[in-house]
Design a protein around this ligand. Structure first.
Ligand code: ZN
Length: 224
């Protein structure tokens, strides 16, 4: 079993009407629910304010293989010492999958060592191109697929050049974004994946679900 912790700040999905309408079950549950369809994944959730230490304790980390992280407007409420714990978790072999606006979460910035800033250019159709066919993260996913509406993140994305660039998204505007970036850090692995704005039902899309599931398997520690 791969032990997965789905971490969400759980703020807009409590207090913002259009987010509550999109994810009435809350975002962490929306993500955890499709992962739980896989019987090889043991999936738990944690949120910023409702759990002790933001849900990131030494005991939790000792019993976790992969952390999925969704945050947006409350990154600053994650204490630096919690971010350092997550960074250490990855360096020691843990897996980390920051989604969408988690490009600005403290653990990701610590792991990248750059600003992790990017451009935002409204909303529109996403054409998601696999640029690394055969990579485990792409298994069972079409090499080209679309999302009808998502938030357009655009270059320049200030992250280190990915160790493995898996997806590049194109827009009708002509701009692009490196939307699926894989990194090795210490003994651990990181996969950043861009889709997943809180007012779009992106986490209900089967291709997106498959990429995130594949990412869990790819970043999980190799215990052989
Ligand atoms: Zn967004």
């Amino acid at each position: 079993m791969i032990r997965v912790l789905v971490w969400c700040e759980h703020h807009q999905d409590q207090f913002q009407d259009n987010v509550k309408e999109t994810y009435p079950e809350f975002m962490h549950n929306a993500i955890a629910n499709f992962l739980r369809e896989d019987r090889n994944l043991d999936v738990k959730t944690a949120t910023l304010y409702d759990d002790e230490n933001c849900g990131i304790t030494d005991e939790v980390l000792a019993n976790t293989d992969v952390i999925i992280w969704w945050g947006h407007v409350r990154h600053h409420d994650v204490p630096d010492e919690i971010a350092a714990k997550v960074q250490k978790f990855v360096i020691n072999g843990g897996g980390f999958v920051p989604l969408h606006s988690a490009h600005f979460c403290k653990p990701f910035i610590r792991l990248m060592g750059t600003t992790c800033g990017l451009g935002v250019d409204g909303f529109g159709k996403h054409t998601i191109n696999c640029v690394r066919p055969g990579h485990p993260i792409t298994k069972g996913v079409p090499e080209l697929f679309e999302l009808p509406v998502e938030e357009r993140f655009v270059e320049f994305y200030d992250v280190p050049q990915p160790d493995e660039l898996i997806y590049v998204t194109g827009y009708e505007t002509g701009r692009t974004f490196r939307s699926g970036c894989a990194y090795y850090r210490g003994r651990g692995k990181v996969f950043y994946f861009q889709p997943g704005h809180e007012t779009n039902p992106t986490y209900r899309d089967k291709n997106i679900q498959q990429v995130i599931k594949n990412a869990v398997y790819w970043v999980a520690p190799n215990r052989d």
